[in-house]
Design a protein around this ligand. Structure first.
Ligand code: AR6
Length: 184
């Protein structure tokens, strides 16, 4: 499904993010930028060793922040590495940090004049964030950013399995249906 917000089209799709042809894909990395399993492992495998060399030079990335490397062998020209929070009780800073991971990635794309970007469902795998809550925060952040900024024409959310796709779709519909999604 998709919706147009201001000058940005936001798309939800099922798939493998390493096949995306957007200007950048986002990696759900760890704060050492050391590589790992999940989408991080898939991106480094598909993109080749040059991405890790750049990550080593950068050295790390605090939770909720984002850094950029080139895309190596990927079709996407860039990889934006962001670090989502590890979900513990949900009573800490998790929601703020997850929103920050999305917002900082979008800001970095804008700063580098990128027009299209693809996100995985950050923190919802190994980091254990409940998917519906993560979907709500991810989509709310992207909708707000699209209302406040022009320049990014396409934001794609690439969901790895059908269940995640359905949960994201449900949250997207309810956010689009409410008059003030920013306030929800
Ligand atoms: N394309 C799209 N989505 C994917 C792909 C793929 N190829 N592979 C997995 N996913 P996770 P996190 C989905 O665990 O929770 C790493 O070790 C997956 O189904 O990749 O932020 C890092 O180094 C899930 O919905 O990231 C960190 O240490 C989503 O991507 C840690 O895991 C995120 O799952 C980060 O954990």
């Amino acid at each position: 499904m998709e919706a147009i917000i201001n000058s940005t089209t936001i798309v939800l799709a099922c798939g493998n993010i390493t096949a995306e042809t957007t200007d950048a894909i986002v990696n759900a990395a760890n704060s050492r930028l050391a590589g790992g399993a999940g989408v991080d492992g898939a991106i480094h495998r598909a993109g080749g060793p040059s991405i890790m060399e750049e990550c080593r030079r950068i050295g790390g990335c605090p939770t909720g922040q984002a850094v950029i490397t080139t895309g190596g062998n990927l079709q996407a020209k860039y990889v934006i590495h962001t670090v989502g929070p590890v979900y513990r009780s949900g009573t800490g800073n998790e929601a703020k940090l997850l929103q920050s991971a999305y917002r900082e990635s979008l800001k970095l794309a804008l700063k580098n004049n990128l027009q299209s970007i693809s996100f995985p469902a950050i923190s919802t795998g190994i980091y254990g964030y409940p998917i519906s809550e993560a979907a709500h925060l991810a989509l709310k952040t992207c909708i707000e950013f699209s209302r406040e900024n022009t320049g990014i024409s396409l934001i794609r959310h690439i969901l790895f399995d059908r269940r995640t796709y359905e949960l994201f779709s449900g949250e997207f519909k309810s956010l689009l249906g409410s008059a003030t999604p920013g306030k929800k």
